[in-house]
Design a protein around this ligand. Structure first.
Ligand code: MG
Length: 308
């Protein structure tokens, strides 16, 4: 039986699902306290402050767990504050995709997620690193990073996951698919790509099985490579993905690696865990079992995998 958690730093992003956070924050704190746990709450103000607060909390030695309350962006910021020598991390999924939470069977019901953190069951996971920045879920190069760059933040707050769909449709017409070269564990890949996802997780965007054989604790990155040029074939593939169908086609390659270098002659943007980070080249590798996440495994499988 895992030890019960006693002392928590809770870093909440009040802008992710604002209503949910406003309505539930006090009840969440009360639930932690009733479970015998002391909670210090910090509400983020944007601009990466979650990283600094997580780093300070870990350094202070006052907390057993730092909990990220928000979406994949908040989880990524907290993770970056905790690495490279992290204390345990918890996740209260309050975002649009909740990718890492779904991957780790963390309940999307905030109260159930609190109970699971209090119970202290944990899972060690691999953490990826892309040009010095840590990621828990994936790095995308090409089309998805371009769409994220173009996603209007105000629209995102209003329309949630549909804002990405709008941005993606708009981007389909505008995006110039430049060629991406890959070096996989030191070996150049024969073929060029136009869209590459390097994933620690099975699910892309918290829902789609782009790399269904991936595992967060096998010390490997699963790589999805799309090398087709036709915009219509890409659209066909995107629709198949949205319908949660298998994506095997002559235009795709799946492989597994520990180290990758992606580069391009022309401008190709990349993103990590849904945040646009810049453009290629990007060097990516994996740190096996580098982070312990507490509160995992409590959700019914159907609950964490289903779309919301
Ligand atoms: Mg893996």
């Amino acid at each position: 039986m895992a030890d019960r958690v006693k002392q928590i730093k809770l870093i909440v992003n009040p802008n992710s699902q604002r209503m949910k956070v406003t309505l539930f924050l006090q009840s969440i704190v009360t639930r932690f306290e009733k479970g015998g746990c002391k909670v210090d709450v910090y509400k983020t103000g944007g601009g990466g402050d979650a990283t600094d607060v997580a780093r300070e909390a870990a350094k202070s030695g006052d907390y057993e767990v730092v909990v990220a309350g928000g979406g994949d962006g908040t989880v990524n910021e907290v993770l970056n504050g905790l690495m490279p020598n992290p204390i345990k991390m918890g996740i209260l999924p309050l975002g649009t995709s909740n990718g890492l939470a779904r991957e780790l069977n963390i309940s999307l019901n905030p109260f159930k997620a609190v109970d699971a953190i209090l119970n202290g069951h944990s899972t060690k996971i691999d953490v990826g690193i892309a040009n010095g920045r840590y990621f828990g879920i994936m790095v995308g190069c090409g089309f998805d990073a371009y769409a994220i760059e173009k996603t209007n933040l105000r629209l995102k707050r209003f329309a949630g996951k549909y804002s990405y769909v709008f941005a993606a449709i708009k981007s389909l017409y505008r995006y110039k698919s430049n060629r991406i070269r890959l070096i996989v564990d030191g070996q150049p890949l024969d073929e060029d790509a136009v869209f590459v996802v390097v994933s620690n997780a099975r699910l892309y965007g918290g829902r789609y099985r782009l790399t269904p054989n991936a595992s967060v604790d096998d010390g490997m990155l699963d790589v999805f490579v799309y090398k087709g040029r036709s915009i219509y074939r890409f659209l066909y593939l995107a629709i198949k993905m949205l319908m949660k169908r298998q994506l095997d086609s002559s235009d795709t390659v799946c492989l597994r690696a520990k180290n990758l270098l992606l580069y391009a002659k022309d401008r190709v943007p990349y993103q990590a865990d849904g945040d646009a980070l810049g453009e290629l080249p990007v060097q990516i590798h994996i740190l096996p079992l580098a982070l312990e996440i507490v509160g995992t495994g409590a959700a019914e499988d159907a609950e964490s995998i289903k779309s919301n």
